[in-house]
Design a protein around this ligand. Sequence first.
Ligand code: URA
Length: 339
Amino acid sequence: MRHNRDMEPGEPIDDHPAGDAQLAGPSREMSVAAGLEALLDFYVSAGADAWLESGPVDAFALTARPPVARHPQSGQNQGAQDQGAQNHAARHDAVPASLRAAQTGPGGGPAQEHARPVAQPPAALTTASGAVLPGDEAVVAARDAARTAATLEELRETLARFEGCNLRLTAKSLVFADGPANAPLMFVGEAPGRDEDLRGVPFVGRSGQLLDRMIEAIGLTRGDVYITNVVPWRPPGNRTPSPQETEICKPFVLRQIELVRPRVLVFLGGASAKALTGAQEGILRLRGRWTQMPLGDDGAIKAVATLHPAYLLRNPVQKRLAWRDFLAVREALGSPQAG
Ligand code: URA
């Protein structure tokens, strides 16, 4: 039987020249299964590898609904928390098992439940399936949640239970970070891709392999550095995270920077540099320009943007620019005054 991965999307499956009509029993079932698998492969290669709802959602009608009253007893956000719990259950019904996986941490282990409540966006902004209509409330909830985490492990647990970003509904894993908490050098990319989503670890695909070689070229190993992304869930089909998704996820990466407090911070690509510094220029202008990244509490960290490894894979001639940036990073790490 010809395997569908050798076929072009849309190519009819014709494993049995006599045609399906003449097949019966197990042979016909196998043929139908192969057809369905080929169809799924076609969707995945077209970038449609996740679904959010089992039917269309009229977001206009949802936003027109009156806000849900908050819990009268607590005076806090109890209503949101109750709704959050319902959403969690509903989401698990709505998201098929094949698109779900245990949330994993830097070491790949399952995320542990944590007793402390996590700030969630108000109930009025969530759909029946748990999708959040993004708004400023989700950003505020993210800031509140991130601020309370005193360690990286706590932050990872908080993020694993944070329901304010819809990307978690379609991602298989929470891709939190990789590397030691006291690393002198920290890299921040944009968002995980397919390989990262499958493994729950940032930069493990082709881009990650190139990044590893670049790190080694300046005399370090991957185990010496801390690697994370602005957005910790893979956007479906590897699309660019929306500005709102980026804003919602940003407090968590900013808190990681505060907690790791590296000597040098490197933004991998324009999306990361722009999200974290507010710069507006393109990466070819931004790269190699040193800046000070203010920390929430006190002080600042030397920071620089460089070209994203995925860009370098597509434009290998630009590796010379990244090499210059990495040499400057090595120098900045070596002498406290540099930068
Ligand atoms: N690209 C990114 O920006 N981050 C990853 O983790 C992988 C690819």
